[in-house]
Ligand binder design. Structure first.
Ligand code: TYM
Length: 333
């Protein structure tokens, strides 16, 4: 990606949290390669965010490699997009500090993700967890993107990033672009297969609740066959059918079909047939990703070359915005 195109710009990041899920894929990752056709794209592995919970060093490093390999496997092209690892570009941590000074304690206290995670890791409610949204705002604002493709759970973080940008611009003039979230119509909130009132998350203790992008076809099918439904036995969207609504959402995100078309397709057929078809659709979607992943993860040297080159390109953008913001504040260089 060159620095001078007139195309609109997209930025997004993902944490290297081990097994990435079907939720990550449908809510965000699936859209990323497509956006390369129409936008200048910048994508990063958000490793700094991952240390808000304790990481085991060797495993953590492996997860960073693995996430890079997965980004290539879903079709990101380092010739067309900038791919990098967040910690390799120092400006993220630097602007994160600066933006923290333009963010209120009260705003951060209202973040639902902070409240959830603080409750879950009550023995490690660290400053990083609290300040997470200011680092995320820095990730975004450094690159002045027009759109940020994310799942619905990141909407609140996007809103605070917008608020911080507006606040900063109001004081110092036009430094940051105020980005728009890009949240897919289908797939923005994939729920647990075992408890569809909860988001699908790899930290779920029940392994049948979530599907990993790299799960084997047999595991994927087994998890869909066990997915929780209801006693209605009719494939259609309904207020008291959260399990079926979730499966319809997954099928819709994969096939592009509307809820009505899906209801018509499975008219008169039981949940067994439907679950099998959703499982097959997921398996077919993820099969090539898994195969390509094996090739990329086998060559660490190549992965390192890709993300290091990406960091050099990213730093050019990021340092320019950081410098501008800091000069406006009055820092002397
Ligand atoms: P993370 O790493 O938790 O998730 C990566 C992306 O996957 C989406 N996602 C889901 N979408 C639908 N259904 C689900 N069950 C589901 N679970 C996860 C997330 O919405 C996200 O788009 N804070 C971010 C990472 C980040 C970031 C950024 C994102 C750091 N800096 C700057 C955008 C811009 C996070 O933890 O996502």
């Amino acid at each position: 990606m060159s620095e001078t195109t007139n195309q609109k710009r997209v930025l997004s990041c993902i944490q290297p949290s081990g097994m990435l899920t079907l939720g990550n894929y449908l809510g965000a990752l699936k859209n990323w390669p497509k956006m390369q056709d129409d936008f200048d794209c910048i994508y990063a592995v958000a490793d700094l965010h991952a240390i808000t919970v304790r990481q085991e060093p060797a495993k953590f490093r492996q997860q960073i490699y693995s996430t890079c390999a997965l980004l290539l496997a879903i079709g990101l092209d380092p010739e067309r997009s900038i791919l990098f690892v967040q910690s390799n570009v120092a400006a993220h941590a630097q602007l994160g500090w600066v933006l923290g000074c333009y963010t209120q304690f009260g705003e951060l206290s209202r973040m639902t993700q902070f409240k959830d995670k603080a409750a879950k890791h009550a023995d490690n409610v660290n400053l990083g967890l609290f300040a997470y949204p200011t680092l995320m705002a820095a990730d975004i604002l450094l690159y002045r993107p027009d759109f940020v493709p994310v799942g619905a759970d990141q909407k609140q973080h996007l809103e605070i990033a917008r608020d911080i940008a507006l606040r900063f611009n109001h004081i110092y003039g036009d430094v940051f672009t105020v980005p728009e979230p890009y949240i897919p119509k289908a797939g923005a909130r994939i729920m647990s297969l075992q408890d569809p009132s909860k988001k699908m998350s790899k930290s779920d203790e029940n392994p049948n609740a979530w599907v990993a992008i790299l799960d084997s076809p047999d595991d994927i099918m087994r998890k869909f066959k066990r997915a929780v439904t209801d006693s209605d036995a009719k494939v259609c969207v309904g207020a008291d059918k959260p399990g079926i609504n979730n499966l319809i959402g997954i099928y819709s995100a994969l096939t592009g079909r509307t809820d009505e078309q899906i209801a018509a397709e499975f008219e008169g057929q039981g949940y067994g047939v439907f679950k099998q078809r959703v499982g097959e659709a997921v398996i077919e979607e993820l099969r090539p990703v898994r195969e390509r992943y094996e090739t990329y993860i086998a060559d660490k040297g190549e992965l390192e070359a890709i993300y290091r080159a990406g960091a050099q390109k990213a730093a050019k953008f990021a340092d320019r915005t950081l410098g501008k913001a800091m000069r406006k504040i009055g820092f002397a260089f």
